[in-house]
Structure formats: structure tokens, C-alpha cells
Design a binder for this molecule. Structure first.
Ligand SMILES: NC(=O)c1ccc[n+]([C@@H]2O[C@H](COP(=O)([O-])OP(=O)(O)OC[C@H]3O[C@@H](n4cnc5c(N)ncnc54)[C@H](O)[C@@H]3O)[C@@H](O)[C@H]2O)c1
Length: 255
């Protein structure tokens, strides 16, 4: 129960790693604010959590993380209902269809950057000072192997995830003295909705299978394995870790 009496706001909580994080934080005692642009998906996460923990006080908020006014209102509501936030997991993200630059429209570029980079900024600029005022907290940003290497996404996705590491470091630099630790998790291939089409056995996906088979782990990660790292980085056990990207990729980036 590493998060008993604490509150965690998790974006992208309607699916995949965000849902796994929501369940993991609640399992460890936290009240969870499950944020997702898909209201029904976020509600389903909370329903699953209620079944697991006999209806704790976790709740869902339907928010588009790219909408500054909506984020501000949601943060205000989350703080009012929880009494104060201890953890922020900036996890919502979208892929870009692996488009190279010449096939990336300005709309696609802006949408991917908005969700993957502007969203975490909009949440952090409200929640980091709030945490600082309360004496501390932890922010965990879901970055990617695409924060280090090319090919895990297209031009927009790779740029957005590189940018998210920059934001992580600057937030850590600016708020660390106030007790707010900011770190990033950098997953490789994880079995979620985002990657569902890549996991359908087909000729087109043969190169993905080969790439994964060549890693030391030799398999896709389960979302729960990534959630465990988010728990650790947000916990007191990680008290000396500031501004650090942690790879969790089954060895994908070793060679
Ligand atoms: N799946 C992978 O292999 C992988 C690898 C590395 C990094 N990531 C990153 O992990 C994070 C989670 O991905 P996942 O695989 O669980 O994906 P997912 O598609 O299963 O879940 C993403 C969730 O984010 C929500 N979302 C999308 N846009 C949003 C917005 N504007 N506002 C609020 N919520 C929004 C979606 O509705 C969805 O519920 C993403 O940031 C992704 O880039 C994924």
C-alpha cells in the first residue's frame, strides 16, 4: 500500500497502460482520477477498479488533454474532489501511422504534438506548482523508445517523444527543489489498443514480429509491466531519481 491516503491523476486511463496504471495505483491504496478523452472508456476503467476494490472513491473525468481550458477545469475539479494531488501520470498519447515527413500533413503533425507533448505541458503547468505548494509530489511521463531512436513511430511521433524528454528534464529542474520529482518511462513494444493492428499475424507485420523476436525479451510487454515502473518512479522508493528517462523495452534499444 505505497499510496495509501494519496491521490493520482492518470491521463489516457481508458485503455492500455493508462488503465493498468489506474488499477495499479488503486491497488496500492491511491484514490485515482481516471482521465481520458473517451468518457465511456474512462468510466469502464473506474468500473473495473470498483469491482476490484469494493467501490473506492476513484472517479473518471472526460477531458481532451490538448484543450487548455478543459485541462484547467479538470485539474481544479480533481483537486477539489481529492483534497490534493500527489501523483500525475501524463500517459495519453497517439501514434502517427509511422508516416515519414513528406506524408505528414500539418494537421497530423499538430495533432500528434498536441496530444503527446502539449497535453503533458498543460497538465504539468497546473499540477507541478500545486504539488510544490503541498510540499511535493511525483510526475511520471510516458515517453517511449521513440525518445531515443527512430523507427518506433513516424516523424511526428518520434519528435513528440523526444520533446517529452526535454519537458521532463526541465520540469525536474524547475520543481525538484520544491519536492516535485519528474521522470519518464520509455516503453518498447507493449500489447495495447495502440498496437493491436501490429499484432495481427500478417505479411505486412512480419517485420514487426522479426524485430520483436530479435530483442532479448523476445515478446511484447503487458501493460501491467509498465504500470509497475510508474508505481516505482512515483513512490518514495525512487526518492533520489529526478529528471530521468527509464527504458523498459525488453532490450529493444540494445543493438
Ligand atoms: N503501446 C506501445 O507499444 C507504446 C510504446 C511506447 C510508448 N507508448 C506510449 O504509451 C502511452 C499509452 O499508450 P497505449 O499503448 O496504452 O495506448 P492506448 O491507445 O491503448 O491508450 C491511449 C489512451 O489515450 C487516450 N487519449 C488519446 N488522445 C487523448 C486526448 N487528447 N486526451 C485524453 N486522452 C486521450 C485514448 O482515448 C486512449 O484511451 C502513449 O503515450 C504512447 O505513446 C506506447
Amino acid at each position: 500500500m505505497r499510496f495509501e491516503g494519496k491521490a493520482a491523476l492518470i491521463t489516457g486511463a481508458g485503455s492500455g497502460m493508462g488503465r493498468a496504471m489506474a488499477r495499479a495505483f488503486q491497488r496500492e491504496g491511491a484514490q485515482v482520477v481516471a482521465v481520458d478523452v473517451r468518457a465511456e472508456a474512462a468510466e469502464q476503467t473506474v468500473a473495473a477498479m470498483s469491482a476490484e476494490r469494493g467501490g473506492r472513491d476513484s472517479f473518471a473525468l472526460a477531458v481532451d488533454v490538448t484543450d487548455g481550458a478543459a485541462v484547467d477545469a479538470a485539474v481544479e475539479q480533481a483537486i477539489a474532489r481529492t483534497g490534493g494531488l500527489d501523483v500525475l501520470c501524463n500517459n495519453a498519447g497517439v501514434l502517427d501511422g509511422y508516416a515519414p515527413a513528406h506524408e505528414t500533413s500539418l494537421d497530423l503533425w499538430q495533432r500528434v504534438l498536441s496530444v503527446n507533448l502539449t497535453g503533458p505541458f498543460l497538465l504539468a503547468r497546473r499540477i507541478a506548482p500545486h504539488m510544490a505548494e503541498r510540499g511535493g509530489g511525483a510526475i511520471v511521463n510516458t515517453a517511449s523508445i521513440s525518445s531515443f531512436v527512430a523507427g518506433g513511430g513516424g516523424a511526428a511521433y518520434t519528435a513528440s517523444k523526444h520533446g517529452l524528454l526535454g519537458l521532463t528534464k526541465q520540469l525536474a529542474f524547475d520543481y525538484g527543489r520544491d519536492g516535485v520529482r519528474v521522470n519518464a518511462i520509455c516503453p518498447g513494444a507493449v500489447a495495447t489498443e495502440m498496437t493491436a493492428s501490429l499484432r495481427v499475424p500478417s505479411e505486412a507485420n512480419a517485420h514487426v514480429d522479426a524485430q520483436i523476436a530479435a530483442t532479448p525479451a523476445g515478446r511484447w510487454a503487458e501493460p501491467e509491466e509498465i504500470a509497475n515502473l510508474a508505481l516505482y518512479l512515483a513512490s518514495a522508493e525512487a526518492s533520489f531519481i529526478h529528471g530521468t528517462p527509464v527504458l523498459i523495452d525488453g532490450g529493444w534499444t540494445l543493438s
